[in-house]
Design a protein around this ligand. Structure first.
Ligand code: PMP
Length: 369
């Protein structure tokens, strides 16, 4: 039986193969007599799961050895506090505000940093474009510069990470990649720290992944909770406190699935990137070619993962969503702060799912346009 296509922004669809494997191992993980949720995080069974997940993520995203991978809890919002607690040294920090999530991040940082400088903002365009890095005004001596590389609500994405050194800025780049982690390769030479919740592209909610360059660890403010001090987390291999064991297991299964994906000659993340480009092109092309639907984001800044769109006749919104549900196209309602619709097309969404949505968009427009 074919499952419906789930366009949720997160928690979001998980590859069916991953769910099936987890179901098959639910009561007895590989002959251990225990399900993964029942295992001690310090036992040899879970340690092997943890090591495979970490190695899988490192290899998938080609993370260099000078970066630590931390499996934490608290989600992206907790990292908005944990990052300044660890990296700000109570000095000034810079933010580039490109939508709701970076806006939230800079507000939270004000509790911990002596000064927050907005180095650039897309607010004047209502976050439909990204400010060109050449126009950014980073401050001198900032502890870091924070960006959200994919704004889940506004639907804007940096298709390339900024090269801060080329802008004359030597602050490390902090990247919130919550909503497009593992959808494309990462140029780690430009990154100091990247963080993201797992619940969009990687697995269930409850796991937060932090990738941090070794030299940035060990400067936490005295008030930083021990469980959130990157030094303690790193030195204890993410087991200073009990880690989100189920999330780590599911992430490992997803990394394994991702590594096996191919598109022509490409495999792993390169294949996912190609597939994600094709999916986004199909959906945006349909929206742009229609009289009924529209997307407000400037084409070069459009997210490949989160596609917000609107019906010119908003009175049709409920009928649109009801018809979509009937066709097995779930969770297309837009975020409450912006309204309209949003299709999130993360890694687990196949091209066939986007094609099914596009077919529905055409049919609905024919019936109501
Ligand atoms: N950053 C981004 C880009 C997000 O999309 C989200 C969640 N939608 C968050 C941060 C917050 O994550 P969490 O709810 O896991 O704290």
């Amino acid at each position: 039986m074919q499952r419906p296509y789930n366009f949720s922004a997160g928690p979001a669809a998980i590859p069916e193969e991953v769910l099936q494997r987890a179901a098959a191992e639910m009561l007895d993980w590989q002959g251990s007599g225990m399900g993964v949720m029942e295992m001690s995080h310090r036992g040899k069974e879970f340690l092997s799961i943890y090591e495979a997940a970490e190695a899988g993520f490192r290899s998938l995203l080609s993370i260099p050895p000078e970066f630590k991978i931390l499996f934490m809890q608290g989600g992206g919002l907790a990292e908005n506090a944990i990052v300044p607690l660890n990296l700000s040294r109570a000095a000034g920090v810079d933010f580039v505000v490109t939508g709701s999530w970076s806006q939230k991040s800079q507000k939270e940082a004000r509790k911990y940093a002596s000064e927050v400088n907005i180095a650039a903002s897309g607010e004047t365009s209502s976050f439909t474009t990204l400010p060109d890095p050449a126009s950014w005004t980073p401050s001198v001596g900032a502890s870091y510069l924070h960006i959200c590389s994919n704004e889940t609500i506004n639907g804007v994405e940096f298709h390339e990470l900024p090269d801060l050194r080329a802008l004359g800025c030597d602050a490390p780049l902090v990247v919130d990649f919550s909503s497009h982690v593992a959808s494309r390769p990462v140029d780690w030479s430009r990154v100091g720290l990247a963080f993201g919740g797992a619940q969009k592209n990687i697995g269930p909610a409850g796991l937060t992944i932090v990738v941090v360059r070794e030299d940035l660890i060990g400067q936490a403010l005295p008030a930083c909770p021990s469980a959130f001090d990157y030094r303690l987390v790193a030195d204890n291999h993410s087991m200073y406190n009990t880690p989100p064991t189920w999330g780590i297991y599911m992430a490992g299964l997803t990394f394994d699935w991702l590594a096996r994906q191919t598109e022509g000659e490409a495999h792993g993340i390169a294949a996912m990137e190609q597939r994600n480009i094709a999916k986004a092109a199909l959906l945006y092309g349909t929206i742009d070619g229609s009289q009924l639907y529209y997307n407000k984001v400037s084409p070069p800044c459009r997210s490949r993962m989160n596609v917000p769109f609107f019906l010119r006749n908003e009175a049709l919104n409920d009928a649109f969503l009801a018809g979509a549900r009937e066709r097995g196209l779930l969770q297309l309602k837009g975020h409450k702060s912006v309204g309209g619709m949003r299709a999130s097309i993360y890694n687990a969404m196949p091209l066939a799912g986007v094609q099914a949505l596009v077919d529905y968009l055409h049919d609905f427009e024919k019936a109501h346009g």
